[in-house]
Write a protein that binds this ligand. Structure first.
Ligand code: UT7
Length: 339
């Protein structure tokens, strides 16, 4: 389906997939690298181990595997996909990783491109893709969130290197009739004035070119983070935006089946849930196994809970992504997949 339609369509969320690297690095193993210990990392973050991409793997391959798995769950032929949106801050090619995934999937009729919004990337991509479906431009979209932050870590900085991991997750969404709408609504925010508390910035490295001219030699620094500022930002802004969305769409937090937050820190998850008196058993968490996989946390968590039967068809889910930019967002949807 192509072309703009004023009629308007709904969006159905029907397939999920995920892929994570084989190498597991525990807190005890990281303690061989920096002055830390399992007790500190577990009690302050909830993280027990993270997955790190090894030489036989790549972020493009993990992205493909996650997307392929979502495609299978949705029971789609690759040629039927119209759009592939890949949220990442760490592509294997700065010109874009999504077309590589498209080609490997055999999704030859799809347009594929990358979108960057750090840890909010998957949520921003989900909202972006849903707009194409709701306005009738496209019928089927794959949204992928993947990151390989291990490549940009300062492995001597114990304040940040214990937090992150690598991985990929994906979601298949389809246009449906307005009456069957499952993507209830969203709010997105960004604030560059606070961007300094978390960044992966370019190196300002100028070298002689010709005569008196200089040119910049490309390259990036390692991840720099003011953990306490990011923590305060998350526990302040995420509940505020969730409240905004609950009010806007007349949803009571009691009616949620699941709270699916970006997996940054278990203490952040607990603080947000407490704010709405959402019981711990409704708060999805797999931080202990993967740490913070940036754009991949939400779809990896979703896929895990769909496949182990926790998330069932019709369940109401509130999700929130937040992180560098600073950027943050909330979306409300019902799961429609086959599980
Ligand atoms: O997608 C968003 C990505 N970013 C985040 O989610 C980060 C959000 N922030 C956080 O999760 C938390 O702020 C951290 C987990 C990063 C830090 O926890 P905290 O409770 O805010 O600890 P802190 O920074 O206040 O540090 C407390 C102490 C310090 O020692 P002193 O100065 O009190 O002696 C740190 O040097 O803990 C020390 N410390 C560590 N000790 C052992 C910091 N990192 C470590 C470590 N192991 N890995």
């Amino acid at each position: 389906m192509t072309g703009y339609s004023k009629t308007g369509f709904g969006v159905s969320l029907i397939g999920s997939g995920s892929a994570t690297p084989a190498q597991k690095v525990t807190n005890d193993q990281l303690a061989l690298l920096v002055e830390t210990n399992d007790e500190w990392v577990t009690s302050r973050t909830g993280i027990r181990q993270r997955r790190i991409i090894g030489p036989d793997e790549s972020i493009a391959e993990l992205s493909f595997k996650a997307a392929h798995s979502a495609l299978k769950m949705a029971n789609w032929e690759p040629e039927s996909v119209d759009l592939i949106l890949l949220a990442t801050s760490t592509p294997d090619d700065l010109f874009g990783m999504a077309p590589k995934v498209q080609s490997k999937l055999g999704a030859k009729h799809a347009v594929a491109f990358d979108l960057t919004a750090a840890c909010s990337g998957f949520l921003f991509a989900l909202v972006t893709a849903s707009q194409y479906l709701q306005n009738g431009s496209y019928k089927r979209a794959l949204i992928i969130g993947s990151d390989q932050l291990s490549g940009w870590m300062d492995w001597t900085d114990r304040r940040s290197c214990v937090l992150f991991g690598d991985g990929a997750g994906a979601l298949a969404i389809e246009a449906t009739s307005k009456e069957k709408e499952s993507f209830i609504g969203f709010e997105l925010r960004s604030d560059g004035s606070r961007g300094d508390c978390l960044n992966l910035s370019e190196k300002r490295n100028f070298v002689p070119l010709i005569d008196s001219f200089q040119t910049q030699k490309g390259g990036f620094n390692t991840i720099q983070m003011n953990g306490q500022e990011v923590y305060k930002f998350a526990v302040r802004e995420v509940p505020s935006l969730l409240q905004n969305v609950f009010d806007k769409y007349a949803i009571s937090p009691d009616s949620l089946d699941w709270l699916l937050l970006h997996q940054a820190n278990q203490r952040i998850l607990n603080a947000v849930a407490n704010r709405f008196s959402i019981p711990p058993e409704k708060v999805l968490s797999n931080l202990a196994c993967y740490g913070n996989t940036s754009a991949a946390t939400i779809p990896i968590m979703l896929d895990e809970a769909v496949r182990d039967g926790r998330i069932k068809a019709g369940h109401l889910i509130a999700t929130s992504g937040f992180g560098a930019g600073l950027s943050w967002g909330v979306a409300l949807f019902r799961w429609n997949g086959p599980f």
